[in-house]
Write a protein that binds this ligand. Structure first.
Ligand code: PMP
Length: 388
């Protein structure tokens, strides 16, 4: 067999999340706080829209940019985050994942640098690599609740980057950026002429303050591509539907790449997304209320069992510090082996986070309580034995 694999691809590591979950899947009675996938069913109207559109025979390609009706609704939906795009500056994509990939391929030339706050969602680094660029990691810290600061950007040398990628609410930390924290980042981007890719897929899932998009600030819509989608708040992961909003020239260029690669986003998923925006916002509110209760539960249990953890402002993740002397990988492996709880070692999200693990609370409250009982017993066990 040939061993020909392009160097760009050969250098990609397998995802640290998937790698760990293949192991978890082989164990019985495991409670998974691992993958970031909502445990809710997609809203009923979205499911019905798929079936009805198939039965009507509406199964053709859509326009490359996506159905006009869907783009119009998206244009008004994102008004809640301070955005006022024209439907023509929206591109409907195959998940937010495609939007991230297209944005990278469109904005990054070989040798260009993309500043990415770390810890970071696992796809960003590979998307930069595949576009031929280089990542400039910007380390964020638990003592600042993993919020991005201008100091962190300066320390990392991000002023000489070409693109700044933001993800708030954040995967894997649950950090959010209130307007007062985000404004200085926008100023930095303008001063140093950075184009921003802002992944706002968790925008609906904030619990302490409303989400605001960096693209809504003065002068930012002209230099920002907002990425979002239906996988999280709408619980529609398998529909594979996302979108990008940005300056017309960038969206036009992204559409060119999209038309030669994807052609158009899945038609049935577009019908579902339109139905979800038309009539499912109440379902979304109910799911958000449930995530907020789980967030409170996780906060209480982390404090009770003495695992240090930054503020949990949004998304459905916590990124606590493991007890002194443990490595994240050892902690995650032994917790899984001995007590049947799967979490993801922090190293999956950046080399320097070997003292953190990510827990996802996209799971029901009863399972969360049991998982925390087990974590508590695991910690007590190891404290008693004096091991780590
Ligand atoms: N961005 C972030 C921050 C995510 O957590 C995820 C999903 N885990 C995605 C993008 C990808 O979303 P989609 O299913 O829309 O491709």
């Amino acid at each position: 067999m040939t061993d020909r694999i392009a160097a760009r691809v050969d250098q990609l590591d397998p995802s640290g999340i998937r790698q760990f979950f293949d192991v978890a899947a082989a164990h019985d009675d495991v409670i998974s706080l691992g993958v970031g996938e909502p445990d809710f069913a997609p809203p009923a109207a979205a499911r019905t829209a798929v079936i009805e559109s198939v039965e009507r025979g509406d199964t053709d390609y859509t326009s490359n940019r996506g159905m006009k009706g869907l783009r119009s609704e998206l244009a008004s939906f994102v008004g809640r985050y301070g955005l006022a795009p024209s439907p023509d500056s929206i591109l409907v994509t195959t998940g937010a994942s495609e939007a991230i990939d297209l944005a990278m391929r469109t904005l990054v030339d070989p040798e260009d640098t993309v500043a990415i706050p770390h810890p970071s969602y696992v796809s960003y680094g590979p998307a930069v690599t595949l576009a031929g660029g280089t990542v400039c990691p910007v380390r964020t810290k638990p003592e600042r609740d993993f919020r991005l600061t201008v100091d962190a950007l300066s320390d990392a040398g991000a002023e000489s980057a070409d693109v700044l990628l933001l993800c708030y609410p954040n995967n894997p930390t649950g950090a959010t950026m209130p307007e007062s924290a985000l404004q200085p980042i926008a100023t930095f981007a303008r001063e140093h002429d950075l184009v921003v890719i802002s992944d706002e897929i968790y925008a609906e899932l904030t619990y302490d303050h409303d989400h605001v998009s960096i693209a809504s600030f003065d002068g930012m819509a002209d230099r920002t591509v907002v990425v979002s989608g239906f996988s999280k708040a709408f619980a529609m992961t398998g529909f594979r539907l996302g979108y990008a909003i940005g300056p017309a020239a960038i969206i036009d260029a992204m559409t060119r790449v999209h038309q030669y690669t994807m052609l158009s986003a899945p038609t049935q998923a577009q019908f579902a997304a339109k139905a979800a925006l038309d009539s499912c916002l109440n379902d979304v509110d109910e799911m958000i209320a449930s995530y907020e209760r789980r967030r409170d539960l996780v906060r209480t249990r982390l404090d009770e069992i003495g695992l240090d953890c930054a503020d949990l402002g949004g998304a459905f993740y916590a990124f606590p510090t493991v007890p002194d002397g443990w490595s994240a990988t050892k902690f995650a492996e032994r917790l899984l082996d001995e007590y049947g709880v799967a979490v993801v070692p922090g190293t999956a999200f950046g080399d320097t986070y070997d003292d953190h693990v990510r827990l996802s609370y996209a799971t029901d409250e009863e399972s969360l309580q049991t998982a925390f009982d087990r974590i508590e017993a695991f910690l007590a066990d190891h404290r008693a034995n004096g091991d780590r």
